[in-house]
Design a protein around this ligand. Structure first.
Ligand code: AVI
Length: 308
C-alpha cells in the first residue's frame, strides 16, 4: 500500500513508540467499537449506564424542578440521543443541539428526536468535543444547559478533563448550567469485573482498537497476539485498560515499527473514578459552583448540576 494512504495520525505512531506504548482511547470507537460499547452498556457487570439511567428516572421530577429555565439543551457526545429523551420529557426545552464525532449516527438520532418532540428546534453538530466547539451562531445564549452524561469525563486525564470543563463553561452565559454524570469510587470487586466481563465483550472492545489502528496507519497488529488486561490503579483512582503481548513480537507500519517483549503492554484507556468532593473542586477550578447532586442508593454514580 502506498505510504500516503496512511499519512496522518502521527499521534498514534508516536504513542506506539513511547516506552509505555499507548493508543488514545478515542481510537476505540470505530463502527465496530461503537457496537461493542453498546453491548458493554447492557452487560450485567457494567453498572454505570443502568445506574445513571435509574438516577435520571428516579430523580426526574426533582431535576425538572432544579433545571427549570434551561430552554437550550446542548448534549456533548450525544450518540443515539437516548439519554436526553428523559430530560426532554421533563424539561420540554425549546432548543436542542446534539454534538458528536459520529456524524451519520447523530443526524438520524436528532431527526428521530425532532419527530418525537414536535416544536423542538433540534440540531446536530458533527464535531470532536475534545476541541473548541462552534455552536450554531443563532442559538440563544440565555438559558443554556450543557448535558454530559455517561461519566465520559473520566476517560480524560485530570488536566484534560479540567480543560474540557473550562471549554464547557465557555459555552454558557451567566445563567447557564452543566449537568454531568460521574462514576464514583467503589470496592474493587465491583469495579474490575465491569471492565473485564465474563462474556469477554470488553476484551473484544479493547482488542478491536488494533484492527482500527491497522486501518489508520497500515500497521500489522494481529489481535490474537494480545490479551485484554484491566485493573484498578488505586494511586490514581482509575481503571486502566491495557493490551498485553502474549509473546515477544514485532509490529511494523509504513516507515516504522517496534518490538514488544512478552508481557509488555499498550495502554489504551483510563477511566477515573473521582470522589465527589474532588470532582466538585475541579468544577470550581473551571468556574462552576455545584448546585445539586443526585445519586443512587449505593452512591456509585452521581449526576451533578453546576451553575456557570
Ligand atoms: C465511555 N466510558 C465512560 C466508558 C468507561 O466506563 O470508562 C468506556 C469503557 N471502557 C471499557 N468499558 C467501558
Amino acid at each position: 500500500m502506498p505510504p500516503a494512504l496512511h499519512a496522518g495520525h502521527n499521534d498514534l505512531r508516536q504513542g506506539l513508540l513511547e516506552p509505555q506504548a499507548r493508543i488514545s482511547p478515542k481510537y476505540l470507537y470505530d463502527a465496530r467499537g461503537c457496537e461493542l460499547f453498546e453491548q458493554i452498556t447492557q452487560l450485567p457487570e457494567y453498572y454505570p449506564t443502568r445506574t445513571e439511567a435509574a438516577i435520571l428516572a428516579d430523580a426526574g421530577p426533582a431535576m425538572a424542578q432544579a433545571l427549570r429555565g434551561h430552554e437550550v439543551l446542548i448534549e456533548l457526545g450525544a450518540g443515539n440521543c437516548e439519554k436526553v429523551r428523559a430530560l426532554c420529557r421533563s424539561l420540554w426545552p425549546r432548543h436542542f443541539v446534539g454534538v458528536d464525532i459520529a456524524g451519520d449516527f447523530l443526524y438520524q438520532a436528532v431527526r428521530r428526536l425532532a419527530e418525537e418532540f414536535p416544536g423542538l428546534d433540534a440540531r446536530a453538530v458533527h464535531a470532536d468535543i475534545t476541541k473548541p466547539l462552534q455552536l450554531p451562531p443563532d442559538l440563544p445564549q440565555a438559558g443554556r444547559l450543557v448535558f454530559y452524561p455517561g461519566s465520559s469525563i473520566g476517560n480524560f486525564d485530570p488536566a484534560d478533563a479540567l480543560a474540557m470543563l473550562r471549554r464547557m463553561h465557555g459555552l454558557l452565559g451567566p445563567d447557564g448550567g452543566l449537568l454531568i454524570g460521574i462514576d464514583l469510587p467503589k470496592p474493587l470487586h465491583w469495579l474490575e469485573p465491569a471492565y473485564d466481563d465474563a462474556q469477554g465483550v470488553t476484551a473484544r472492545f479493547n482488542l478491536n482498537v488494533l484492527s482500527h489502528v491497522n486501518t489508520l496507519i497500515g500497521s500489522d497488529f494481529d489481535e490474537d497476539d494480545w490479551a485484554h488486561h484491566a485493573f484498578f490503579n488505586t494511586r490514581h483512582s482509575r481503571i486502566e485498560m491495557h493490551l498485553r503481548a502474549r509473546q515477544p513480537l514485532a509490529v511494523a507500519w509504513p516507515g516504522g515499527g517496534r518490538r514488544f517483549a512478552e508481557g509488555e503492554t499498550i495502554h489504551t484507556e483510563n477511566s477515573y473514578k473521582y470522589p465527589l468532593p474532588h470532582f466538585q473542586d475541579m468544577l470550581a477550578q473551571a468556574g462552576f459552583s455545584t448546585s445539586k447532586v443526585w445519586t443512587d442508593e449505593r452512591q456509585w454514580f452521581a449526576m451533578v448540576y453546576a451553575h456557570a
